[in-house]
Write a protein that binds this ligand. Structure first.
Ligand code: NAD
Length: 374
């Protein structure tokens, strides 16, 4: 039987996007040899670059490429050049949000990884993060208080007042819970669900539904935390957590808290998953957690690790190649452990070497090559 060809829409975008995307593509090509994976990359413009060339942040040709693909590998969009455009025509609002909406990307997964050799970059006390940590934040992305109606500012006899509505259907909680439980099954089988069941009706339904879904995953140990307590515990003992599952609002805040604790934005990948394609795989969009970093764009010094680790998430969640994903994760870790550092994670420690974007990519490709020959 012939091997499937994985069609990938590659959207480098603006700023450092094209620079770090280059390295991610080189890394994907190197695992394609080792694991015999066939990719068909369809590169298209998005964001400011697409506005300049084609007059829209998400041109039809780009959207079509995404529709015809198994996954989207996204760089980052935006920059000062396009900030004065009307909000809906700006790169982020005009490209990212429509993509999320079009493909119903309901699950946001952000691994917050603090590598043992980068604990100095964390603002948290060394004895707390010693040895590093690896927490996966699973955030519901298309429901809850960000989208519930009514949502408006009104006038009544007491003056202006604002209304936002937090609404979750059981089915929305179930599908995100399945993503979190499946992720936990691939990791250390430990899941912490976050809610505010002591105050919100949404929290009660969230907790009951997650408990019910847990019946399908008897091997996963499940516990629940109120969000205020979770915000404290994640700082106090991040190493005790593995997968956390949260509604949209709480996940937004906690995943940024975790990114901060991990210390280096240039290392953090993210994925937004949509429809379940069957056999546990999803259509998804994969991108670094950071933005287009206009302050360093074009200098060849951006850290490509977040983009490379996003490609690894794509292999894991959309393409079903966990071994190749593991190989990339291990190669990034090995390069860091060997002291290779881009400027954002460099300190003049003994045994470390400051390198540019391409050299970081070279080091990771070389680690994959070394693993292949072992
Ligand atoms: P940013 O994440 O681009 O940059 C914040 C800081 O982190 C900067 O100092 C930057 O140099 C640094 N940084 C980020 N990624 C890095 C990397 N890979 N290597 C080394 N350093 C890195 O956030 P910002 O400055 O608030 O936003 C810049 C632009 O990016 C804005 O136009 C914003 O709208 C856009 N943005 C896009 C996305 C996206 O495309 N998903 C996300 C966030 C921001």
């Amino acid at each position: 039987m012939s091997k499937p060809v994985h069609r990938i829409a590659v959207l480098p975008g603006d700023g450092i996007g094209p620079e770090v995307m280059n390295e991610a593509l080189r890394v994907l090509k190197s695992v394609s040899c080792k694991f015999e994976i066939d990719f068909d990359f369809n590169e298209q413009l998005v964001g400011g670059a697409a506005i300049d060339e084609l007059g829209s942040p998400l041109p039809e040709v780009t959207l079509n490429a995404c529709r015809e693909s198994d996954a989207i590998l996204f760089g980052s969009v935006g920059g000062p050049k396009w900030e004065s455009l009307p909000p809906d025509q700006q790169p982020e609002r005009g490209a990212l949000l429509p993509l999320r909406k079009h493909f119903s990307l309901f699950a946001n997964l952000r691994p917050s990884v603090c590598f043992p050799s980068l604990v100095h970059a964390s603002p948290v006390r060394a004895d707390i993060v010693k040895g590093g940590f690896n927490v996966l934040c699973v955030r519901e992305l298309t429901g809850g208080i960000y989208f519930g109606e009514p949502k408006e500012i009104r006038n009544d006899e007491k003056g202006r007042h604002a209304v936002d509505t937090m609404r979750y259907h059981e089915s929305e909680i179930e599908r995100i819970a399945h993503v979190a439980f499946r992720s936990a099954m691939e990791r250390s089988k430990k899941l912490t669900s976050i809610d505010k069941a002591n105050v919100l009706r949404n929290g009660i339904l969230w907790r009951e539904t997650v408990e019910a879904v847990s019946g399908d995953y008897p091997e996963v140990s499940l516990d629940h935390l109120y969000v205020d307590n979770a915000a404290m515990q994640l700082i106090r003992r991040p190493r005790d957590f593995d997968v956390i599952l949260a509604p949209n609002l709480f996940g937004d805040i906690l995943s940024d808290e975790m990114a901060m604790i991990a210390g280096s934005l240039g290392m953090l990948a993210s994925s937004s998953l949509g429809i379940d394609k069957g056999d546990g795989l999803y259509f998804g969009m994969y991108e670094p957690s950071g933005g287009s970093a206009p302050d360093i764009a074009g200098e060849g010094i951006a850290n490509p690790c977040a983009q490379i680790l996003s490609a690894s998430l794509m292999l894991r969640y959309s393409l079903g190649h966990s071994e190749a994903a593991d190989a990339i994760d291990n190669a990034v870790r090995a390069a860091i452990d060997e002291g290779i550092r881009t400027a954002d994670i460099y300190t003049s420690e003994q045994g470390t070497q400051r390198v540019g974007t391409k050299e970081m990519g070279d080091a990771i490709v070389e680690e994959i090559r070394k693993e292949s020959s072992n």
